[in-house]
Design a protein around this ligand. Structure first.
Ligand code: GTR
Length: 328
């Protein structure tokens, strides 16, 4: 059953559980994905570590499956203290904090290894720290692999194949610009609306990684999956600063370390899920095709130029590029 989120949040608030003080021991969290998705399983593992390390004093109650709403809405609620913990993609943070645009840039990372290295290192720490003035404590990055295009019409081999198509993107101006630069029409839409959007022809296609393409069952209505691997924007695990500020220094350390310790667990789940989703989808008849990324990458120059504008963003781009295989 779907929980009415207004009622639920009002209920949490009236119980004094949603950011209203006291020495409560519950941590309320949300994730847009269903219970078996790697982000949600890792989130639970994070909660288990916290419970174990506080002898059961701090416990996580997690609402998965988008029960509490789309990422941009739950993000707002989290920054005001109405929710304690949230796992979102970096994209809906792009309009909130400009440094988050950098790891979201198309064709920034040369490989998954490069992405993990950069996010585990100083560049990742810089992005997580940039969220605090917005009421959010960045705890850790989770993997989201690489996103590729899928659609109901034809295989995409060059940007021209996208011409005239309506492509759903996450709620980020960066991705609207990316799609326009490829000659297609961009339609920002919440994840929960994409399946129906594809069925009704509101959009012709979308883009995502193998596990989300499978989990949302989008492959049923958009069976051409073209491996552009154009974006590797990670997932991020967040805590509301309102809640963070009320934790003791010792509990903050527990929360931070438990988040970090859940990352290797998540990566194991992630790699296995990418492999199983790919196998299941190919067996289900998805028509996947390899793509030469060069002409797609070439179209991204003006996008980078208009979205990387501050010295802090430029320094971050340089730091990440310097960690790539090509610069070794
Ligand atoms: C998924 C990601 C979600 C959400 C979704 C989307 O890969 O895990 O957090 O951002 O993509 O496309 O909306």
């Amino acid at each position: 059953m779907r929980v009415n989120r207004r009622t639920l949040l009002a209920g949490l608030a009236s119980l004094g559980l949603a950011g209203c003080g006291g020495s409560r021991d519950r941590l309320f969290g949300t994730d847009t994905h269903p219970a078996d998705y790697p982000t949600v399983r890792a989130f639970r593992h994070f909660g288990d570590l916290i419970a174990e390390r506080t002898q059961g004093r701090l416990r996580l109650t997690l609402f998965p499956g988008g029960q509490l709403g789309a990422e941009r809405d739950t993000l707002e609620i989290t920054s005001f203290g109405g929710l304690d913990l949230n796992r979102v993609n970096l994209a809906p943070l792009n309009s909130i904090e400009s440094l988050t645009i950098v790891p979201s840039l198309p064709f920034l990372f040369e490989s998954e290894a490069h992405m993990r290295r950069a996010l585990d290192g100083e560049p990742g720490r810089r992005v997580l720290a940039s969220l605090e003035p917005h009421g959010l404590i960045g705890l850790a990055f989770y993997d989201s692999g690489a996103r590729s295009f899928y659609n109901a019409r034809r295989p995409i081999r060059t940007p021209d194949d996208l011409r005239g198509m309506k492509i759903r993107v996450q709620n980020s101006d960066l991705y609207v610009a990316m799609i326009r630069s490829l000659g297609a029409d961009a339609t920002p839409m919440d994840l929960g609306e994409v399946y129906q959007g594809l069925v009704q022809g509101v959009v012709d296609g979308a883009e995502n990684n193998w596990p989300s393409y499978e989990s949302g069952r989008h492959f049923e209505v958009a069976p051409y999956y073209s491996l552009t691997n154009h974006v590797m924007a990670p997932e991020v695990l967040l805590m509301s600063k309102v809640r963070w500020d009320r934790l003791s220094p010792a509990d903050r350390e527990v929360v931070m370390e438990s988040a970090r310790d859940s990352v290797p667990y998540m990566r194991g789940l992630w790699d296995a899920r990418v492999a199983s989703a790919r196998e299941a989808l190919l067996a289900a008849g998805v028509r996947a095709n390899l793509v030469d990324p060069a002409p797609f990458r070439a179209r991204m120059r003006p996008v980078w130029e208009s979205f990387v504008t501050t010295p802090a963003q430029r320094e971050l781009v340089a730091a990440i590029v310097a960690m790539g295989e090509g610069s070794a």
